[in-house]
Design a protein around this ligand. Structure first.
Ligand code: GLU
Length: 304
């Protein structure tokens, strides 16, 4: 299979789609990103990387960070995590307050905002300096020591993140946060602000395709069983409330973010990341989803 030729072909075919999505503007700093950016990077389990377009340009990973914080929290507290957060698709917008009320403060899954806030709370309770720990973990997974938080993006979201503030306070009122909402929100806004590129992200996610092993160090990140658990949650909950449509079209476990990035993994074969800032109505990158659909169709490789 010539992956590089396939990526080049997708890069050409995708051009008309770039202007169809809408760049997220509810976090003011994200509104400044040009919609025509497009990058894609593939990392294979045998250590090869193929990239195209703006694959080495940093963007705001936003909710993709939830995949890394979930992995850390699962390592820390194991199955006990599920007493505080579910693992079912939400069928509702990722920032819905309504569902949290009628489900008594237990978020549907770790990838909607309420669930991610609970996961961040777990990290704060277990680490002296959770922001450093998250950063160290991502630098280790990606093999890139230069990855950092983007303070402008974190501040921009903190100034305007009334809904996330409401969710955190609501969780606290249901006693599903051990720490103060302000502290949880500070770590959460920072984790979402992480600036990474497609190559870093494909690299960081290879452990999910490689039985829990990274390419950058020997230690096992997740056991085979945990890797299966995380990939299943990605497949059923990773791409907002159009997760069914994403599975239908792409056929891979994946996680998206409102910065326009999507990571996806094919167990035993590869991890892949695509970035295009224009989003569809559900919050997934429009051209990014199309590019992944083209990729799994052209290669004939998906989990199904
Ligand atoms: N920081 C964003 C928020 O909480 C993340 C959303 C996303 O990427 O899904 O609204």
């Amino acid at each position: 299979m010539n992956y590089q030729d396939i990526l080049n072909e997708i890069h050409e075919e995708i051009q008309p789609y770039l202007k169809l999505g809408k760049v997220a503007s509810y976090i003011p700093e994200l509104a400044n990103v040009p919609y025509e950016k497009f990058g894609m990077s593939l990392h294979t389990v045998d250590g090869k990387t193929h990239s195209v377009g703006n694959a080495y340009e940093n963007f705001s990973i936003q909710s993709i960070s939830k995949l890394f914080t979930l992995t850390l929290a699962k390592q820390l507290v194991g199955e006990k995590l599920w007493a505080r957060v579910g693992r079912e698709p939400s069928g509702n917008p990722f920032n819905s307050l309504v569902q949290l009320e009628y489900e008594n403060g237990i978020p549907r899954n770790p990838f909607i905002n309420a669930g991610a806030l609970v996961i961040t709370d777990v990290l704060i309770s277990n680490f002296d300096n959770p922001k450093d720990k998250i950063l160290d973990f991502i630098r280790l997974l990606s093999g890139n020591k230069d990855i950092n938080y983007d303070p402008d993006v974190a501040l921009s979201e903190n100034k305007t993140g009334y809904l996330n503030k409401a969710l955190a306070n609501f969780l606290k009122s249901f006693k599903n946060l051990d720490n103060e909402p302000e502290q949880v929100l500070d770590v959460y806004f920072n984790q979402c602000s992480l600036a990474m590129n497609c190559c870093d992200l494909a690299n960081s996610c290879i452990f999910l395709a490689n039985d829990g092993r990274s390419h950058h160090f020997d230690e096992v990140i997740t056991t085979e069983k945990q890797t299966k658990y995380i990939n299943s949650i990605l497949l059923t909950c990773g791409t907002y409330d159009s997760v069914g449509d994403f599975a239908y079209r792409v056929g891979l476990p994946g996680k998206s973010g409102v910065g326009g990035g999507i990571v996806a993994v094919m167990p035993d074969k590869f991890s892949i990341c695509v970035w295009s800032p224009g989003l569809n109505e559900s919050g997934n990158s429009l051209a990014g989803t199309k590019a992944l659909e083209l990729f799994t169709t052209m290669t004939g490789i998906s989990v199904f």
